[in-house]
Design a protein around this ligand. Sequence first.
Ligand code: ADP
Length: 162
Amino acid sequence: MRTAIYPGSFDPVTNGHLDVIERAAKLFDRVIVAVAMNEGKHPLFSQAERLDLVRRSVKKFPNVEADKFDCLLVDYVEQQSAQAIVRGLRAVSDFEFEFQLALMNRKLNERIETIFMMPKETYTFLSSRIIKEIARLGGDVSSFVPPQVRTALTKKLKATRS
Ligand code: ADP
């Protein structure tokens, strides 16, 4: 059984993330999308809300599960008896940070490999940060995120305004 962990903030999950998930699901027997706490990033959605949105968005993939983690990533990977960490690479700008993270994780646990996946070109400009910005300014995000995420964004932004 080959298991991969796809960790991230997923604040919120986008079609770019889902493209990476779909590719990983073809390579591994089991993929766990692991929602990090990441309080330092001051997420718009709580960890429980982000997890719920990921869970609803990955229902269509039979070998994909959603979970959350609050510990060191390599420890979580061990807990799940997984072999690999999946990360997405959109552009050269992602590379430096991702490279550093992958090498640090290898230092912490040599057994675990990091695999990088590139999304379809149409998703290379997509980020959770940009989606939140567009939604905040009243733009239409329906072609960038699953329908439940669009609804949640509208609701959340209304609540934060009032
Ligand atoms: P983090 O805070 O851990 O960077 P994100 O949710 O922003 O969490 O991203 C998780 C992973 O998914 C990262 O490796 C990021 O580079 C990747 N990613 C984010 N958006 C996209 C996208 N549109 N296409 C491909 N990979 C992406």
